[in-house]
Design a protein around this ligand. Structure first.
Ligand code: SF4
Length: 340
């Protein structure tokens, strides 16, 4: 079948879709603005809920890319329709002519410095869940800035999500279970540490998540306190004093901690925003790309031949991302079959 598909974005969704389309005999161009394929999966150490190494999934995805044309460091400047096909102009590279385009530009994580009152980028012992994940990935010991082992660690849920003050009302869906996974990993690394999760609601929606949550309490003694962090301050010795609004008792709570981990939420990536503007695609109130119908046409856009997959449409875990990529391949195939 002599049909060409261009995939914009080489994170897990783009890689999986590229592998499936290539296996079906399509000519596939996987175009990535960054230096390498893999997206955020390159940053995750172990995946919830089983704590399997993220590298195992990456190895699986990389294996599928034989036969796929991969262009990294490639910035797309223009996409124009041309006789029911699309011409994709890439800066300083050849144009690609494609019968269909699949947008897989994913998400970015919330910039925690925007919540100045939490002290990220100001106090040394305030880190994000992404920073913590890199420390796990690089097998670094978990230490405070002064080299001491933290004895009391707080995990703050919903940072940059469900927060009208920063303009994001959506739930990022995976940060509750990420907090539970990381709290367990911190206990594995520092068994004597006391772990506190500060949450608004706990959203353990996936298979095995509730069990992980139970394990965190029963086996590891992680404590869950319902409340929203209002402020963090640094004590003279570098430890942190936090103020929590306890939403159950409506009483303010103060606590001293050695380290604070902010569970940063998901936002549309720069690429997702760029293609929404370039192609005049619909977006939802949170800026993610909106499919033509959220139940029945979950990959279609207002433009024929331009499709969506993965977390450019909203927060997803890894298995949902891969499943969405595979179903987009079925949709692309039927679209191209009708045209031939
Ligand atoms: S998944 Fe949990 S931490 Fe993340 S935004 Fe939703 S409720 Fe908040």
């Amino acid at each position: 079948m002599n049909r060409t598909v261009a995939i914009l974005g080489a994170g897990p969704a783009g890689m999986e879709a590229a592998a499936c389309l290539s296996a079906k005999g399509f000519e596939v161009w996987l175009i990535e603005e960054g230096l390498e394929v893999g997206g955020h999966l390159n940053c995750w150490d172990r995946l919830f809920p089983t704590k399997r190494p993220g590298q195992e999934v990456m190895d699986y995805l990389l294996k599928g890319l034989k036969g796929v044309n991969i262009l990294t460091s490639s910035k797309i400047s223009e996409i124009t329709g041309e006789n029911e096909r699309y011409r994709i102009k890439i800066l300083e590279k050849q144009d690609i002519i494609a019968d269909a385009v699949l947008i897989c530009t994913g998400f970015i994580v919330f910039d925690a410095t925007r919540k100045e009152e939490y002290g990220y980028g100001i106090y040394d012992n305030v880190i994000t869940s992404v920073d913590l994940e890199s420390r796990f990935r690089e097998k670094k010991e978990i230490r405070m800035k002064n080299g001491e082992i933290p004895k009391k660690i707080g995990m703050v849920h919903c940072v940059g999500s469900r927060d009208e003050k920063v303009g994001n009302i959506h739930c990022s869906k995976v940060c509750c279970v990420t907090a539970v996974k990381q709290a367990i990993e911190l206990k594995e690394a520092i068994p004597s540490a006391q772990l506190y999760c500060f949450y608004m609601d706990l959203r353990m929606f996936g298979l095995g998540y509730e069990e992980l949550y139970k394990e965190s309490q029963e086996k590891w003694g992680v404590q869950f306190l319902r409340g929203r962090l209002s402020e963090a301050f640094e004590n003279q010795d570098g430890t942190l004093r936090i103020r929590i609004e306890d939403t159950l008792t409506a009483k303010p709570l103060r606590m001293d901690l050695d380290m604070l981990v902010l569970l940063v939420g998901f936002l549309p990536s720069a690429g997702t925003r760029y293609f929404s503007e370039l192609l005049h695609l619909q977006v939802n109130p949170n800026g993610f790309l909106q499919p033509l119908d959220e139940h029945t046409l979950i990959h279609d856009t207002v433009l024929p031949g331009i499709f969506l997959a993965g977390s450019c449409k909203g927060p997803k875990n890894v298995e949902e991302t891969l499943a969405d990529a595979r179903s987009s391949v079925i949709r692309l195939e039927s679209y191209l079959a009708k045209r031939s």
